[in-house]
Design a protein around this ligand. Structure first.
Ligand SMILES: C[S@@+](CC[C@H](N)C(=O)[O-])C[C@H]1O[C@@H](n2cnc3c(N)ncnc32)[C@H](O)[C@@H]1O
Length: 253
């Protein structure tokens, strides 16, 4: 049995009006929930039918985005997908990987449980799974002082390319190329030079190290570093755009 209080906004011609919602829903079965979506989530799982009713009350367009910031077993996202809505789910527990991702994969593949028959669902669509890294910036907007190379590299790569960075087995200053443009980062003694700024400054020596790591890539490149010792003429000849950490590290391009 479910109890909800409050009101719901409904469109009446051009205007929205508030209508009270029913307060007790006793017609939604709660047995055999473990069969829905193929995942078990004792005490925390809600029936797909419940979420279907809630989403139908608040959304009447397939363009709508349904957000559940406490995703749990992923019921809201699974139901939103079956109702052809776009969705965003946030979950801090490991059930994001053990429950939500497999459940949504099953939904995309045509999961037949829950509300699938009432929604004529036989699969389709897709989803992206993102893992948040540690915060890059402090509350004042500066880079976290103790941030590691892979975290900053992933952030810079995403800010520049809009795509996730694939961390290599062995870290190197050349991060990779995207759309025929290369990206490199000199930071945190990545070249083994632990002196105050030695490995973090773009010099002939550090550029040679970047070049040796970039394998067959020959295109133009953006290099992030503490400063550059190369002249404008050299940078131009080498087709390098230099960006200074931390000042040029932006939240998004
Ligand atoms: C009862 S479940 C939610 C059920 C889900 N909304 C559904 O439709 O089935 C609550 C979830 O919120 C998660 N959670 C709690 N605090 C959180 C936070 N700050 N950020 C993200 N998830 C959080 C918990 O790990 C738990 O899995």
């Amino acid at each position: 049995m479910y109890f909800l209080s409050g009101s719901v906004r409904e469109k009446d011609g051009k205007n929205y009006i508030s209508k009270p919602i029913s307060t007790i829903w006793s017609d939604i079965p709660t047995n055999n929930l473990q069969n829905e979506g193929g995942v078990s989530f004792p005490s925390g799982k809600k029936p797909e039918m419940l979420l279907e009713r809630v989403i139908a009350m608040i959304s009447n367009s397939e363009k709508d985005i349904v957000l559940d910031s406490f995703l749990g077993s992923g019921t809201t996202a699974a139901v939103a997908a079956k109702m052809r809505r776009r969705f965003i789910g946030i979950e801090l527990g490991e059930q994001a990987e053990t429950h939500c991702a497999p459940r949504l994969t099953a939904v995309v593949d045509g999961d037949a449980s829950g509300i699938s028959s009432s929604q004529n669902w036989d699969g389709g669509g897709g989803f992206r799974f993102y893992r948040l890294g540690p915060p890059v910036f402090t509350e004042e907007g500066s880079i976290q002082p103790d941030i590691g190379f892979p975290v900053l590299a992933a952030h810079i790569w995403f800010a520049e390319t809009g795509s996730p960075w694939s961390k290599p087995g062995k870290l190197k200053p050349f991060l990779g190329s995207h759309d025929k443009h290369g990206y490199a980062l000199l930071y945190n003694g990545i070249l083994g030079d632990k002196s105050a700024s030695g490995g973090n400054v773009l010099t002939r020596k550090t550029l040679a190290a970047i070049r040796s790591a970039q394998e067959d890539f020959t295109g133009p490149m953006t290099v992030y570093g503490e400063r550059t010792a190369l002249s404008e003429t050299t940078l131009k000849a080498e087709r390098i755009e230099f960006k200074q950490t931390p000042y040029d590290v932006k939240a998004r391009k």
